[in-house]
Design a binder for this molecule. Sequence first.
Ligand code: G6P
Length: 438
Amino acid sequence: MSKKFKIVTIGGGSSYTPELVEGIIKRYDKIPVTELWLVDVEAGREKLETVGALAKRMVKKAGVPIEIHLSYDRREALKDADFVTIQLRVGQLAARALDERIPLKHGVIGQETNGAGGLFKALRTIPVILDICKEVEELCPDAWIINFTNPAGMVTEAALRYSNIKRFIGLCNIPIGMEMGIAKLLNVDYSRVRIDFAGLNHMVFGLEVYLDGVSVKEKVLEMIMDPANASFVKNIDAEEWAPEFLKGINVIPCSYHHYYYKTSEMLERALKDFESNETRAEVVQKIEESLFEKYRDETLDIKPPELEKRGGAYYSDAACRLISSIYNDTRDIQPLNTVNKGAISGLPYDGAVEVSCVITKDGPVPLTIGELPVPVRGLIQTIKSFEQTAIEAAVEGSREKAILALTINPLVANDKLAVAIVDEMLEAHKEYLPRFFN
Ligand code: G6P
């Protein structure tokens, strides 16, 4: 009999789950998973049953001996897990639509992980993650938690500061998407490209880009001056960068930087989407409906290509290669959200950063970056202040700290506007904010 290898996925009914299942199947020789437990809340029963049935068909077609279990009992599922992946969305897409639409009503950008939207996603999510950490501590204390739940940086820092779990890693597809996108621009195999990443989640920069170990940063900067190459994710329609700006900044921005360096254009775009009821949450709701229709087809036994229309493409590759590297102690380099421990100077020692790390069986060891380049240091530090204040607001259920966080955030630089937005959003998300209302 093979040794038990149990992965538990919380938020298993997500439309992204077939990606994860495909990733595990592809790497079965390196990660011989024996049990995959997909867990969800009762309200997500229909989705979990649909995704679970597809997962079972995918495993059967691949001919790998992975048992798929569906569960609505998180405690039952977590017992003796080896890896726990978290991909939940408190309040589902309806809550995301409010995160995007309410700020726009006040004339500021509404986005899932940035500004007011990111703040409220953090306020709803962090207490749930801290509950999961307590359960992991009790039921599978040796497990690694790999979190994709947004805002992934804030969630990681909250878990590291406010739970007893140390084996907690935040994962995002943005860095891997940048590496893959740049490999495509250079027309080379992805394995030949390496980027040194540093910053925060959705606020990460490529400080250097290497092709076979030789810097190609200047060439890549030239290439991303072309608007067709300015974004690496499906969920952000990028605007053209000013070549002068890119030359000056001299590092590779991620797609989310468009919100900070091109705020007025991005706001204008978002307001049009608001008017036509096509904010990203609304678009994604439609994509999800058609994805689930496909998933229900009993002849489907692979991941449907339509899933690649979602912004989270490659996340399962990132997750499975991370699980494999920890399990096999491969000591390769991967960009992750983990505790800084002095890798990036000028950011808190015990806070979370997104940085290239060496992956060992004992977890990620961040590469030493030292000081951040002057042109990007200030923005990163400001966002870290926003994040830390937002995390405190989430843990304490503090309206004042939520207002302070939003006022610190560069997308809402006005105190009274922050008060108005926070109050409207607290009311709208009341159901998912027990720490603020009890
Ligand atoms: C990017 C981000 C993810 C985010 C996703 C949204 O890939 O890195 O953190 O969840 O986009 O994609 P969606 O298709 O839901 O808009």
